[in-house]
Design a protein around this ligand. Structure first.
Ligand SMILES: Cc1cc2nc3c(=O)[nH]c(=O)nc-3n(C[C@H](O)[C@H](O)[C@H](O)COP(=O)(O)O)c2cc1C
Length: 478
């Protein structure tokens, strides 16, 4: 897809972030800025500044080649976001991530010399998902070739292959390189795949040469980026805003902890990721969300958070909030048992075997099912180590009187507690939908669809009953 040169001046040159969203599509967007190792890399610094001036959050990603021309620190400082370089986070002795390489290509003297800022275990996927737009400026002949061939040998190309965001590449190189059939074929292939390629300018090149291959002015690149972002927004499938507007939802998340003494507790491996993803999804659909959390995570913006620790605290918070809620999602892993009594002093170690008497905790889902408001949608989770997810989910649905149960597999690597993914089925009264292995955010979205379907069916039923009652009333009056 070639758009040619966007008309300069269509957006104000400064593209102040005070401009309305309609005037400035970059405001509030996350733009991944890829920078390659070409002589024009210095202009990317100005692109970075202009993108941030336009109100975008910029995620700078530099190739190793780029760090020979410009310092990651410059981008980190301008973007207020760590500039990333390496695909592979450096693992410390504990296995924790801590920056990357041992060399200091940029000469920053930093303890994170490559300037990766990478603490994500799978950085290219995390970056690819965060980006609303990707801009590569300058794009070298090497980058165009790797991207076209699907070779993901560095952080930038791996991210380009992983992203679903619109991509603008801005090639810059000597005229002979630009005109080479290999480069032209790669550019044509990328355009056919929907990548937007900004034609290079004619003008002065490195080494005093003149010809086509010059990186367009930073202003033109930012105008092109804004135009692409605007078109992508208009082309996005129209989802009615706020399908859950006006709905109050309660979501529980995380694993409860049942104290044995002042320092020990009985807990579980739930991270809270799934509950938080559901809260974020419901908020995005316009719901007012109370997140009852036993997890230590950054809550999604807009959620009312109630922090709890034990099953009893969670029961109080959830049952209280559910009294006025239209949707209740019990995604938390609530302890089934708690110690019969909690020691006031730390339990002293001894050589003799010991045992802890356990008593059942309150069954929050069953309580919710027994006392639910008319029309309230109740969702339970079943964390299972057995493979018969659908059958176990249906049994739980019936036993607890829930509308929906998400049965997910736990206890295996790569799914369930602590993982970004879940092997899950969604069971409703009418059907069972097997999602297979899904990202927890995708699961949250499918669950929100199912919640909307239950709400819609319930609203239709209520309307039907009112209509029938009205007709009955009319008939009686005749
Ligand atoms: C001084 C100098 C300037 C260069 N300028 C360019 C350029 O403008 N465009 C380009 O495609 N390659 C240029 N190269 C070659 C790239 O740096 C080289 O292909 C490198 O492998 C690109 O790596 P990267 O794409 O990972 O950044 C230049 C090399 C040097 C030494």
């Amino acid at each position: 897809m070639e758009v040619g040169r966007p008309a300069l001046g269509h957006y104000p040159a400064s593209m102040s972030n005070h401009a309305g969203a309609g005037e400035n599509p970059l405001a509030g967007k996350t733009v991944l800025l890829g920078v390659c190792g070409g002589i024009a890399a210095y202009k990317a610094v100005e692109v970075c500044r202009r993108l941030t001036d336009a109100g975008a959050r910029v995620l700078p990603v530099l190739t190793r080649g780029a760090t020979r021309f410009v310092a990651p620190l410059t981008f980190s400082a301008l973007a207020a976001e760590p500039a990333r370089v390496s695909l592979f986070p450096r693992l410390g002795a504990s296995g924790a991530t801590a920056g990357t390489g041992s060399s200091d290509p940029a000469g920053t003297g930093s303890s994170d010399p490559a300037g990766t800022g990478s603490t994500e275990p799978v950085p290219h996927i995390a970056l690819a998902r965060r980006a609303d737009l990707v801009v590569v400026a300058p794009a070298t002949a090497r980058l165009l070739g790797s991207y076209a061939a699907g070779i993901s040998s560095d952080l930038l190309t791996a991210t380009l292959l992983a992203t679903r965001a619109p991509v603008l590449v801005c090639p810059a190189m000597h005229t002979e390189m630009w005109e080479h059939p290999a480069v032209q074929d790669n550019v044509a292939l990328l355009r056919r795949r929907g990548v937007e390629v900004l034609e290079p300018d004619e003008g002065r090149l490195a080494g005093g040469d003149v010809g086509k291959g010059r990186l367009p002015a930073p202003e033109a690149i930012v105008v092109g980026a804004a135009a692409l972002m605007g078109r992508a927004q208009r082309a996005a499938p129209a989802r009615p805003a706020g399908e859950l507007a006006g709905v109050r939802a309660v979501v529980s998340a995380g694993g409860t902890r049942e104290p044995i003494d002042p320092v020990r507790y009985i807990g579980n491996r739930s991270s809270g990721q799934q509950g938080y993803a559901i809260a974020a999804e419901l908020l995005a659909r316009g719901a007012q969300v109370t997140l009852v959390s036993a997890a230590a995570m950054e809550p999604p913006p807009g959620a009312d958070v109630v922090e709890v620790e034990t099953a009893a605290e969670m029961a109080d918070a959830v049952l209280g909030a559910a009294a006025s809620a239209g949707v209740v999602v019990m995604a938390a892993a609530v302890a089934d048992y708690r110690p019969a009594s909690v020691l006031e002093e730390k339990w002293k170690k001894s050589a003799a075997p010991v045992s802890v008497a356990l008593v059942p905790t309150i069954d929050i889902l069953a309580e919710l099912g027994a006392h639910r408001r008319p029309g309230q949608v109740l969702v339970g989770f079943a964390a299972e180590t057995a493979r018969e997810l659908a059958e176990l989910g249906r049994r739980k649905l019936e036993a607890k009187g829930a509308d929906l149960v998400v049965a997910n597999e736990v206890g295996r690597p790569g799914t369930g507690f602590g993982s970004q993914y879940s092997r899950a089925v969604i069971v409703s009264r009418e059907r069972t939908v097997d999602l297979g292995l899904v990202d927890k955010r995708a699961l949250a979205s499918r669950l929100a669809d199912a919640i909307e379907a239950v709400l819609a069916a319930s609203a239709a039923k209520t309307a039907n009953e009112a209509h029938t009652a009205e007709e009955g009333g009319c008939a009686a009056g005749t």
